[in-house]
Design a protein around this ligand. Structure first.
Ligand code: GLN
Length: 476
């Protein structure tokens, strides 16, 4: 059931709703560490303005914000020591849009440093824990956002997704994560990781809430030249329409990756649910899928190394005060302020962009990326949506993959492609592993076909019932 719709119909005051969520944060955050700061004073101010304007589409809805989205006056650190002490002088466009509809921003949620990661373990604040099993990771990089929604600390959180960072944690935490089409949502005020891949997306408990948030945050913005002028649709309206005859594509290359039996069973059951709802299953092929991880780990780090060059101790955040020269200031600030994974990405990207290697790595990766876009265009002539698992497993244990970056990178094997080709994608709970951990199903659609994407995801959610379970911690 949509929290937003229920909330607006209930007549509960924004004050009461905020108080009950702050209580939940007090009770559970010490165990899961999703919030890194609660902004009570700003939230109270937003409650007052929501009460003055009760007609807002999100009047009184508490929302948590990932630590890489600028909010005026809030410290914005991207989970990194290097940005300690940087307070945003302006709001990201998505923040202005949420506030204009009466949303109540409650605070910052944790993330992997600069959004590099799939487990929320690289944050300078320490790891967030999965509400389903606090010995496990919530996924990443928007792990704080997903854990906060899964534990009922907030009904909605914003995350960012460059290679799966909204969808993979949503899958690990049993909630819904949407990455819109590249350009659907303005990136103004999002600290850039890889500018050609980044998108902001909502994490919610239900598909309807996801659609309602997208209606508010989507649309052209003169502050982001890559934001699209394609008209925003009323995404929540057609939810509930039949999906009879919807062509659901099964990409054979995705299906050839080995899956643990419980994840495979949840996926097979999902196909049956969609067939029973009248969808038509069609086999499709995305021949360049095998290169997705390699292409992503060239393009992503190249863009990141360039974007992160601005963090040198001069303009933003923390600086080393013992430096003896300007070069020494850069060196010491970056040496001390950045974590191991951030350094790995910067070194990888700088190497791949350097003279003599550019053609062999970056240019070649971009050529393969073009071929992947062609693959998807062809597949979407045969199918309206594509499906695959969101992640190859349920949530793994804290510490399990920290010493093996390659195995960490492979947890995004199903999600990276949507960013490389720019299509929208959503993860919806579809079942549970043998240990009772959530498993997600990913839907993808053509660029700007979010209406079809959400309609399919909604129909699936209603029939599957997988989203009805809550972690035990929720009720305690
Ligand atoms: N896990 C992927 C990475 O580490 C994706 C991160 C993201 O989407 N921000 O790059």
């Amino acid at each position: 059931m949509s929290f937003i719709r229920q909330h607006l119909a209930s007549g509960r005051s924004a004050r009461e709703v905020l108080a009950s969520h702050l209580n939940q944060i007090d009770a559970l955050n010490p165990q899961i560490h999703a919030f890194i700061s609660v902004e009570g004073r700003d939230a109270a101010r937003a409650v007052a303005s929501a009460e003055a304007n009760p007609k807002g589409k999100l009047a009184g809805v508490p929302i948590a914000i990932k630590d890489n989205l600028c909010v005026t006056g809030w410290e914005t650190t991207c989970g990194s020591r290097i940005l300690k002490g940087f307070f945003s002088p302006y709001n990201a466009t998505v923040i202005n849009r949420l506030l204009a509809e009466g949303a109540v921003l409650t605070g910052r949620v944790n993330m992997d440093e600069f959004a590099f990661g799939s487990s929320c373990e690289t944050s300078c604040y320490g790891p967030t824990r999965n509400p389903w099993d606090t010995e496990r990771v919530p996924g990443g990089s928007s792990g704080g956002s997903a854990a906060a929604v899964a534990a009922g600390l907030v009904p909605v959180a914003l995350g960012s997704d460059t290679g799966g960072s909204v969808r993979q944690p949503a899958s690990f935490c049993g909630v819904v994560g949407l990455k819109p089409t590249y350009g659907r949502v303005s990136r103004y005020g999002l600290v850039a990781f890889a500018s050609s891949l980044d998108q902001i997306g909502p994490i919610t408990a239900t598909v309807e809430d996801s659609a309602r948030i997208l209606e508010v945050i989507a649309g052209h913005d003169s502050m982001d030249s890559t934001s699209s002028r394609v008209p925003v649709e009323p995404y929540s309206k057609p939810l509930g329409e039949t999906i009879k005859g919807l062509r659901v594509g099964l990409p054979k290359e995705f299906l050839s990756f080995p899956l643990p039996p419980d994840v495979q069973a949840a996926f097979d059951r999902s196909i049956k649910i969609l067939t029973d709802a009248g969808a038509e299953i069609v086999p499709v092929s995305l021949p360049h899928t095998e290169h997705a991880v390699s292409v992503y780990y060239i393009v992503g780090p190249c863009e990141a190394s360039s974007n992160l060059a601005r963090f040198d101790g001069v303009r933003y955040g923390d600086r080393d005060l013992g430096a003896k020269s300007l070069a020494d200031l850069y060196l010491r600030t970056r040496q001390q302020g950045l974590g191991a994974e951030a350094k790995r990405r910067i070194i990888l990207g700088t190497f791949a962009l350097s003279s003599g290697y550019y053609d062999a790595y970056y240019l070649k990766a971009m050529k393969v990326r073009r071929k992947m876009i062609d693959d998807y265009e062809r597949a979407f002539q045969q199918a309206d949506v594509l499906i695959c698992p969101t992640a190859p497993s349920g949530a793994f244990k804290i510490g399990e993959k920290t010493s093996d970056p390659m195995s960490m990178y492979l947890s995004d094997i199903y999600t990276l492609s949507a960013n490389l080709v720019g299509v929208p994608a959503i993860s919806v709970p579809c079942g549970y592993t043998a240990q009772g951990l959530p498993v997600g199903l990913q839907f993808m659609s053509k660029p700007f076909a979010e209406t079809t994407l959400l309609k399919a995801a909604y129909a699936f959610e209603q029939k599957s019932g997988a989203a009805d379970r809550r972690p035990k911690i929720y009720a305690s």
